[in-house]
Design a binder for this molecule. Structure first.
Ligand code: IMP
Length: 197
């Protein structure tokens, strides 16, 4: 099945490809079919924003479109940056600036209070009123300095056990990550949907 991924984030797109291609999906990024589209992410939940992005790309292409809205929720910051994760350090988006701001805001917070989770809300729009959605998360802690070179976004600061997401291989990250878990749930839901058709 061909599926358009409603994202301009190359890091995310790579993960969609890595996770969905082996499950039989032909993954196409939105830039390939409708370049330059920027969807305003003004929802108050990850799920709302995921629907908004997938719906917009579905409307423009007439093809099934899937989106992930995701972010990092840090307990010591009352759940911030949350849905504002991409814009935490303002526009234009810079991973380095976001990571610097996060470390600054956590200055003086001890290791045991640096708990956090990544959340991923997935929504696929097949047609008007015909959607499939799910959500998952990954628990971890925020480190004291960036570690590793892989991944994107807050990966160098997000620790699962001893290692940051940036220190894991793509496959190791997918096995435990919010997006990996949510996309595997999506694939299971798709299988059930087909069986009921
Ligand atoms: P959005 O879903 O486009 O609003 O952007 C989510 C933002 O959350 C990204 O720009 C990253 O900063 C962050 N984020 C989401 N998932 C991940 C991840 O797997 N690793 C690192 N950062 C992430």
């Amino acid at each position: 099945m061909r599926i358009i991924v409603a994202t301009r984030n190359q890091g995310k797109l790579k993960e969609f490809e890595r996770i969905l291609s082996p499950l039989g999906y032909q993954v196409v990024g939105q830039e390939e079919v409708c370049p330059g589209v920027e969807v305003e992410e003004d929802g108050v939940t990850f799920a709302e924003n995921a629907y908004k992005k997938a719906h917009e790309i579905f409307l423009r292409t007439g093809l099934p479109a899937i989106a992930d809205d995701s972010g990092l929720c840090v307990d010591a910051l009352g759940g911030a940056p949350g849905v504002f994760s991409a814009r935490y350090a303002g526009e234009p988006h810079s991973d380095e600036a976001c990571n610097r701001k996060l470390l600054k805001n956590l200055e003086g917070v001890p290791a045991e209070q640096r708990t956090a989770r990544f959340v991923s809300a997935i929504c696929c729009v097949f047609g008007e009123g015909d959607t499939l959605a799910c959500e998952d998360s990954c628990e971890g802690t925020i480190g004291f300095e960036p570690r590793g070179t892989g991944g994107f976004g807050y990966d160098p600061l997000f620790l699962v056990g001893e290692k940051s997401f940036s220190e894991l291989s793509g496959e190791e990250k997918d096995a435990v990550s919010h997006r990996g878990k949510a996309l595997r749930t999506f694939a299971r839901m798709m299988k059930e949907r087909k069986e009921h058709c």
